[in-house]
Design a protein around this ligand. Structure first.
Ligand code: TGC
Ligand code: FAD
Length: 392
C-alpha cells in the first residue's frame, strides 16, 4: 500500500473552505510579503534585537495592512476576518511583526478613528495607514498593568490647554512613534490624548535586555509637564471603556495571530521529524511523536475554528468582549503549548535560531501577558458565566 501524502496541519479540517476568495487573496498576499521581506531576516532581527521599523512600516503600508479593517482615511476597509487572517500570516513570521501592525492599526489608529475629531483623523490616519508615521498606545503603567483603572498619569487643565504628567510602561513602538495615544486621569474621567512625540517634556526611553519580542521596540513613555492644546483630547472617549474598546480590536487580531506562530512551529516540527533519523528510523515514524503531532494539530485546527467563528461574529457586528476573551485565552495558551512541545521534537536544534521554534515560544510568553493576561481573560469569562466579578 502506498503511504498517503502528508496533509498540512491546517488542511486537516479543510479550513480554507471557511474563507472567502477575497479573504484568501489578502491572506496569500501577506504570506508572500512575509516570505519575501520578513522571513529571510527574522532570526537576525531577533538576535540583534533590531527591527527596521520605518522601512517595514512603509512596506506594510503599501501592502495595505495598517488599519486595514477601518473605513476611509486611506484605510482599506476589509472584513474583520481578512484582518485576522493577515495577523495570522504576520505572526507566523514573528509576533513582533504582528505587534507592529496591531499597535498601529488596532490601537493607535482605531482609537483616533473611533474616538477622534475630524481634524485628528485627517491629520493622522492617512499618514499612519501609509506607514509614513508610526503610532503607539500608552495605557499600562509601572504599577497598573492588569488594572488600568488605577492609572496615575494625569491631565490637568491650564486655561484651554492640558498639562500631562506620568509614566507609561511596556509601550510597543514607543521610542519610534511619531504620535502616542496616551490615556490619563482627568478631574472627571479617564480621557485619551493625541500626543505628538516631539512635544516638549515627552520622552520614550527604550526597554532593553528582553528575551521575548526582541524584534519589537518596547519603551517607557515619560510625560513631564507636556502641554497640549485643548483639541488634543479624543472628544468621543470618556472613561475606561475608551481604551478597553480599543483592546477588543487588538485582542481580536491576536486570536488569529497566535495560531500563526503555532502553525509555523508545527510545520517545522513535522518536517524535522520526517527528516531526522533516531534509532535508525525517522523520528516521525515513532508513535510517541505522532501522538504529539496529532494533539498539536487538533489544538491548532480548533484554535482556527474559534478564530473564524469570532471573525464571522465580528463581521456581523455581534461580537462581545467576553467572546474575544475566550479566543485570546484559548488561542494564546494553546499556541504557546504547541511551540514548547515542538521544541521538544527538535530537541537541541530546537534551542537555536536556525529554526523559528524557540523564537516563537519566547515571543508567545509576551503574547500570553499583553492585551490582558490569561488570568484576566479567565476572570472575564468567569464573570460572563456567573454574573459575578472576581477581579478584586
Ligand atoms: P469595569 O468596571 O469592568 O469597566 C469599566 C468600563 O469599561 C467597560 N468595559 C469595556 N468596554 C469595552 N470593551 C471591554 N472589553 C470592556 N470591559 C469593560 C465597562 O462597561 C465600563 O464602562 P462604563 O461606561 O460603565 O464606565 O473595569 P475594571 O476596572 O473592573 O477592569 C476590567 C478589566 C480587568 C477586565 C480591564 O481592566 C482589563 O481588561 N485589564 C487588562 C488590561 C490590558 O489588557 N491591558 C493591555 C494594554 S495594551 C497592550 O497590551 C498592547 S500589547 C501590543 C500588541 O497588541 O501587540
Ligand atoms: P500585573 O498586572 O502586575 O500582573 C501580575 C500577575 O498578576 C499576572 O499573572 C496577572 O495575571 C496576575 N493578576 C493581576 N490581577 C489579577 C487578579 N485580579 N486576579 C488574579 N491574578 C491577577 N501596554 C500598553 O499599554 N501598550 C503597549 O503597547 C504594550 N505593549 C507591550 C509589549 C510587551 C512586549 C509587553 C510584555 C507588554 C506590553 N504592554 C503594553 C503591557 C501589558 O499590557 C501588561 O504587561 C499586561 O497588561 C499585564 O500587566 P503587568 O505586566 O503590570 O502585570
Amino acid at each position: 500500500m502506498t503511504a498517503p501524502s502528508p496533509v498540512r496541519p491546517l488542511d486537516l479540517l479543510a479550513l480554507d473552505e471557511e474563507i472567502g476568495d477575497e479573504e484568501k487573496d489578502i491572506r496569500d498576499a501577506v504570506r508572500r510579503f512575509c516570505d519575501d521581506r520578513v522571513r529571510p531576516h527574522m532570526a537576525t532581527w531577533f538576535e540583534q534585537a533590531h527591527l527596521p521599523i520605518r522601512d517595514l512600516a512603509r512596506e506594510l503600508g503599501e501592502l495595505g495592512v495598517l488599519g486595514m479593517h477601518l473605513q476611509g482615511y486611506g484605510c482599506a476597509g476589509t472584513s474583520a476576518t481578512a484582518y485576522g487572517l493577515a495577523c495570522h500570516e504576520l505572526e507566523a513570521a514573528d509576533s513582533g511583526i504582528r505587534s507592529l501592525v496591531s499597535v498601529q492599526g488596532s490601537l493607535a489608529m482605531f482609537a483616533i478613528h473611533r474616538f477622534g475629531s475630524e481634524e485628528q483623523k485627517g491629520r493622522w490616519l492617512p499618514e499612519l495607514a501609509a506607514g509614513r508615521a508610526i503610532g503607539c498606545f500608552g495605557l499600562t503603567e509601572p504599577d497598573y498593568g492588569s488594572n488600568p483603572a488605577g492609572m496615575r498619569t494625569n491631565a490637568k487643565r491650564d486655561g484651554d490647554d492640558w498639562i500631562l504628567n506620568g509614566t507609561k510602561m511596556w509601550i510597543t513602538n514607543g521610542s519610534v512613534a511619531d504620535v502616542a495615544v496616551v490615556w490619563a486621569q482627568t478631574d472627571e474621567r479617564i480621557r485619551g490624548f493625541v500626543v505628538p512625540t516631539d512635544a516638549p517634556g515627552f520622552s520614550a526611553p527604550e526597554i532593553t535586555r528582553k528575551m521575548s519580542l526582541r524584534a519589537s521596540v518596547t519603551s517607557e513613555l515619560v510625560l513631564e509637564d507636556v502641554r497640549l492644546p485643548a483639541d488634543a483630547v479624543l472628544p468621543e472617549a470618556a472613561g475606561l471603556s475608551g481604551p478597553l474598546t480599543c483592546l477588543n480590536e487588538a485582542r481580536f487580531g491576536i486570536v488569529f495571530g497566535a495560531p500563526g506562530a503555532a502553525r509555523e512551529c508545527l510545520e517545522t516540527a513535522i518536517d524535522y521529524a520526517i527528516n531526522r533519523p533516531v534509532f535508525d528510523r525517522p523520528l516521525a515514524g515513532f508513535q510517541l511523536t505522532q501522538a504529539k503531532l496529532a494533539d498539536m494539530a487538533v489544538e491548532l485546527d480548533k484554535a482556527m475554528l474559534l478564530a473564524l467563528r469570532l471573525g464571522r461574529l465580528k463581521d456581523a457586528g455581534r461580537i462581545r468582549p467576553h467572546q474575544i476573551s475566550v479566543g485570546k485565552l484559548n488561542n494564546v495558551r494553546e499556541s504557546l503549548a504547541i511551540a514548547r512541545q515542538c521544541r521538544t521534537i527538535l530537541a537541541a536544534n530546537g534551542i537555536t535560531l536556525e529554526y523559528p521554534v524557540i523564537r516563537h515560544a519566547n515571543n508567545l510568553e509576551s503574547v500570553l501577558t499583553y492585551e490582558g493576561t490569561s488570568e484576566i481573560h479567565q476572570l472575564t469569562v468567569g464573570q460572563a458565566l456567573t454574573g459575578i466579578g472576581a477581579f478584586t
